[in-house]
Structures are given as C-alpha cells and as structure tokens.
Design a protein around this ligand. Structure first.
Ligand SMILES: [Ca+2]
Ligand SMILES: [Ca+2]
Length: 680
C-alpha cells in the first residue's frame, strides 16, 4: 500500500511538471512563452529554460526556431546533461543564419551629434555624420573600463550589419612610425630576447597629430614596441606638446625600441581616440557617460546597431557526454563563442561563430569535434583544441574538420591564429584558413595529424612567424604535417614568414607532401631541432626551400628553470618511462648524444622551383642549409651537404629573431610587414 502511494505521488509530480513529461523533444521559439510546456505547439521562449528542462533528461532534442535569442549570461550545460552513444542530446537551430544566439542588444534612438559635442572631432565631415545614442536611458548596464594594457579586451564592442566596427583610430588603415626612443625603460637583452623592463618608457611622437587629442579622456596606442612579434595596446600616460615626448602609462613587455637597432622604425596606431572618429564604421564608446558615438556605414533604422554585452561564453558545456550542437549562429559576445570543456563524444557542427570579443570555439576532452563550422571576426584565435594525455600517450581523438576559419585576430594579433592544438593524438584536417595577423595553426604535444588544409593570406602583421608553428620542445614528437596547400602568405620584413616553422629546437615531427606556392620566405624553418623528417614537399617560387640552423648552443639551458630548459620539459612527461622509450627511442638517448646540436634530421625528395633569387636552389636530395644564425635576412649563410656544419657568427639580427619566445607565448609564433593584406 505504501509503495502504491509513493508511486502515485511520483506520478502526480511528473504530471504537475509538464516539462518533465515532455518526452525527448523541447521546442523554443521567439513567439514562445516560458510558462508553456515546450511542445511544438506551445514552445518555450528562452533557450536557457529549455536547457534547464533537459538537465538529467538524458537524450533528446532541443529545437530552436528561427530568430534571434539574446543570452544575457550565456547557456550552460553540465555533467547532468547529455545523451548516450546511440542517442545523443541534440541542440539544434533552423540553420546557421536563421537561428541566432546573440550576446548583444540593439541600440536605438540615435540622434545627430550636437555642435558642442562635435567640437573636438578633427574631421569636418564627421561633425555631419556622427550619431549619438544614450545607452543609460535605454537600460544598458554601465560600460566597463578598458584595461590599461590589452589585446582582446573583452569589453563592449559595436556590431553593425553583422560586422564588428572599428573603435576610432589614427591612422585609419596603416601604421604611424616612430624612430626616436627617449627612454626605453628596459635593460639590454640577456639570453637573446629577455629584457628587464623597469618603467613604461617614452619616445618622440612623430608630427603634431597628438596635439589634437585629449589625453585626460584616455588614449591607447597599439603597436610593436620592441619586437615585430609582440604587439600590445597600451594606455598613454603623458604627452608633452612642446617636446613631443609621449610616455606610456604601463610597461611594454620588452620595453620601447629595438635593442639591436637604435634607428629601427617602430609601428603603432592610436586607438579609442574620440577626436579621430572620422570615417564610416568608426565609433567611440564614452565609458564615463555611457554614450555611443557612431558614424554608421549604412542606415541605422534599416540595419540594427548592436552592442556586445554577454561577458561569458555564449554556449558552454563542461563535463558533458554525447552532445551535438548544430545549425546555429552564435555571435556578438564579449567572450568565447562556444566552450566544450572536459567533454566526451561531443561535437559542434554546421554552426557560424562570429564577432566574438575573445575567441570562437574551445574544445577539450576526448572525441570532441568541430565539424563544418565557420568561425570569423574573432578578437583572438578561431578554434582551440586540447585532448588526450601526453604522459601516457593516450590520444584525445579530438578534431577540427572541414571548418572555414577566417578574419581572426581582430584585436589580439599575437594570439590570433586560426587553430591552436595541444595534448596528444588530435587531428586538424580539411579546413580553409585565411586572413589572420599571425600564423594559421600552432601546435604542441604529440601524435597529432595536421593534413589537407588550405591556407592563404595569413601572417599579415607579424614577422618571424610560421603558417604552421611549433616550438621549443624536444618531447613534442610524432606530429605529422602533411598534404597541406599554403599560398599567398605575407612575408614581412625582418625575419619574415615560413610555411612550416619548427622553432627553437622543436623535434620529432614529420613534414611531408605539402605544397607551398609563393609568399612565404621559407618552405620549412628547422630551428635547431632534432629527429625531424622533411620529405616530399613541393616549394614553388620561394627564396628558400628549407632552412636549418644550430641555435641550440645559444638557447638551451639545462641547468636552470625557464622555457629554454628542454630537458625539464622532457622530464615532465616522464620521457624515460618504458612507454616513451619504446615510442621515441632517440629521445631516450638524447643526453648521451650531443643534445644541443640539431642531429637526426632527415631531408629528401624536395622539389623546389625558383623564379627568382639565388638562394632558391633545386636540390634533388639532401642538400640543405645550416647556419648558426637565425633566419635573419632570409638568406642562408651557406649551402652545404648535411654532414657539414657552417656556423656563422651570431649577428644582432639573428639574436633578435631567435630569442623571442622566452616569454609569454611558449607556444605560438609571431609576425608582420609590407605587401600587407588587410584584416578588415
Ligand atoms: Ca579614424
Ligand atoms: Ca615537435
């Protein structure tokens, strides 16, 4: 009897909760209502409500109808969500472009700028075209302050006609240049690249333009302060209009000015400067008074002006198994688009992720994939993947397949790659990647396959950069870069770009069957590493096919901590364990075999075709260049047989390119120069 009563009570509970009784399909519509049961006829209104309804609900499908859904704090799934191998939990829209999950709200009630407000604007035309919206009166939360130092700042941005607009800058499409450093604020470099930075430093601002700016309101400068592979946007501290001395408010990572060349031209532009709002597409967010000033490139009545607001990933799943997210547009947030973290057997497919204040898609766990997605207009990178366990060499089997990743790195040039890859045993294949400030793909870890990708128009701003980049790790082995097609890549001044860059003694990878057509300065840059195989690649119209150098003796430090202690990195993955000894027998013996030298590399079956330049030598087998200096001016010091080693003398140029990575990055590379494409 008691049991029957209990069953009755449970039944009545289920009946009282229509969402629990709705089997496996939940519907969401812009015309729905959250008090509805979530059926096709009576859908819910909020995606968040549907996700709540599916918690502990097992497999099923959330159908999100056409239209735009504002996600104030994003959608979050946890380990209580998920399906089974046979029947996943599916969250699907009516198609990318039709169902839009947005982190932005529409700004309305624009009025023309008043004469008093327009007075500081330098452009006469701007005084006629700039519109103003009061955000506070429209119920927007107060605008957040910009950090004094930033790249992808994650604060509010303006989107119009589905494209991020430009915070007012000068010059509009290029860089300004200074040459006179007044106070570098830093020591001379030690160990190639490292400098101690004591204070923000100052330089002579070129010309009179800055005399027009109100520094009390805040002015930022985005530029390459020391090296052409480290950009930062930094707030200005003081400016003296009489002397032209401009002092930064915060310390650049490496100080101001090249330590190698006192006359070097440092590139920068001014950012978030109200006075420089002077063209269609530029805006200024007054973060004190919560106003938006905007010169729209179209009709603000016909096309909505959006302000990005959501400070969290728009869609995130942590610890979920068997989830499919598909057919959605995910857009206009201040943070990530999609995060599938610590997930198993999950995938995002056929989605469009765009206009994000940080990055597009993060994947981690095992068997987690992005398939057929488009990722564009992210402030930093497009897609990141981390899966598997290096120590046990357990493959993550995560993948990025058939994705179109383009126009990434809007604000964060250093981190703005198309795809980043780490862990063990993951795959990046059949993707199209183009238009980025730095390289297209960076990877670290073991046993990855990067194949059949097409890449063009990358490395736009950076120098000393690889389209495929990996660096500074003896233990990062078993990776294969094959059958990729790389063309029309920018080769900036300084150390330029390489199609495949095995930087700073990185070892144990196979580069085979790639086609590199023009653009880059080198097909492969093998920077002091060991046990790499370069085979069967086709390099067409490049200054240099393969560059090899022996930088190990100048970089590797086995007796102190830091990113150049390559032995410590090996010990972290227990490289002498039976498993690692069996898989990487040459690594197990490295300390007995002249560890600083680039031994064990194999190069053959290269096909090079030259159209210009004396260094593009066709070498049927095994002839390569070895130099103790860095890529430097993009020219080998000597061309010899593999058995000979011609060590050049260390030059300032080589030192510059060499040491850069001892700092923040630790993974990816760097960037920039003429024949520049554009990210906008
Ligand atoms: Ca401007
Ligand atoms: Ca490697």
């Amino acid at each position: 009897m008691r049991r029957a009563i209990l069953q009755l009570a449970m039944l009545s509970l289920v009946l009282a909760s229509p969402l629990l009784s709705l089997a496996k399909d939940v519907y969401v519509s812009t015309t729905g209502n959250d008090s509805n049961p979530g059926t096709k006829e009576e859908p819910l209104a909020a995606v968040e409500r549907a996700v709540d309804a599916m918690r502990e609900g097992g497999p099923g499908t959330i159908w999100i109808g056409e239209g735009e859904y504002y996600l104030e704090q994003g959608v979050a799934l946890d380990a209580k969500h998920g399906g089974t191998a046979e029947q996943p939990l599916v969250i699907r829209g009516a198609g990318a472009g039709k169902t839009r999950l947005s982190g932005s709200r529409v700004v309305e009630d624009f009025r023309p700028i008043s004469a008093a407000e327009a007075e500081p604007l330098i452009s006469k035309q701007a005084k006629q075209h700039v519109l103003v919206a009061d955000l506070k009166s429209q119920g927007f939360p107060p605008l957040e302050k910009l950090p004094e130092k930033h790249r992808a700042h994650g604060r509010e941005e303006v989107v119009f006609d589905d494209q991020p607009m430009q915070s007012a800058r000068w010059p509009n499409d290029d860089f300004a240049v200074f040459t006179e450093v007044i106070d570098a604020g830093a020591s001379q470099p030690t160990h190639w690249v490292q400098r101690d930075v004591y204070r923000p430093g100052s330089f002579r601002f070129p010309g009179d333009r800055a005399k027009r700016w109100d520094f009390d309101r805040g002015v930022w400068l985005h530029g390459f302060w020391c090296y052409d592979w480290c950009d930062e946007a930094l707030k200005v501290g003081t400016y003296d209009p009489n002397t032209g001395e401009l002092r930064l408010a915060v310390k650049p990572a490496y100080g101001i000015g090249s330590p190698w060349n006192k006359d070097s031209k440092r590139r920068f532009y001014a950012l978030h400067v109200f006075e420089e709002l002077d063209g269609p597409g530029e805006y200024y967010l007054d973060r004190e008074n919560n106003r938006l000033y905007f010169w729209p490139p179209g009709d603000v009545v016909e096309k909505p002006v959006r302000l990005t607001l959501c400070p969290k990933p728009l869609f995130r799943a942590d610890g979920v198994s068997h989830l499919v997210v598909r057919d959605l547009t995910i857009e206009n947030g201040r943070d990530l688009g999609v995060s599938l973290a610590n997930c198993l057997h999950c995938r995002i497919e056929d989605c469009l992720v765009r206009n994000m204040g940080k990055s597009g898609i993060n994947l981690s766990g095992a068997h987690v994939a992005a398939v057929g997605c488009e990722v564009t207009r992210t402030a930093s990178y497009g897609i990141s993947v981390y899966g598997g366990d290096r120590k046990t060499l357990t493959p993550g089997q995560c993948s990025v397949l058939g994705c179109h990743v383009h126009h990434v790195g809007r604000l964060d040039w250093m981190g703005g790659r198309g795809i980043t890859l780490g862990g063990c045993g993951n795959r990046v294949a059949n993707n199209l990647i183009h238009h980025g400030p730095t390289g297209a793909v960076s990877y670290g870890g073991n046993e990855h396959v990067l194949e059949l990708n097409e890449i063009h128009d990358v490395c736009i701003h950076y120098s000393d950069v690889g389209v495929f980049y990996t660096g500074r790790d003896w233990s990062s082995r078993g990776n294969v870069v094959r059958w990729n097609y790389i063309h029309d890549v920018t080769n900036n001044h300084g150390s330029g770009s390489s199609a495949i860059y095995l930087d700073d003694c990185d070892s144990g990878d196979t580069v085979t069957g790639n086609i590199v057509l023009g653009g880059v300065g080198r097909g492969v840059l093998l920077g002091g590493g060991r046990d790499n195989t370069i085979r069967g690649n086709i390099f067409i119209d490049l200054p240099i096919g393969i560059h090899v150098d022996a930088r190990g003796p100048r970089g590797i430090t086995l007796d102190k901590p830091g990113s150049w202690n390559l032995l410590a990195k090996c010990e972290q993955v227990d490289y002498l364990s039976p498993l690692w000894r069996q898989r990487y027998p040459r690594l197990a013996k490295i300390m007995d075999d002249n560890p600083l030298m680039p031994l064990g590399n194999s190069m053959r079956s290269r096909r090079a075709s030259k159209k210009h330049g004396s260094t593009g030598r066709t070498t049927p087998s095994g002839t390569w260049t070895i130099s103790r200096s860095s890529p430097g001016k993009g020219r080998p010091r000597s061309s010899t047989s593999p058995s000979s080693r011609a060590f050049g003398r260390k030059s300032p140029a080589s030192s510059r390119s060499r040491s850069r990575r001892s700092d923040s990055r630790g993974g990816p590379d760097q960037p920039e120069n003429r024949r520049r494409g554009t990210l906008r």
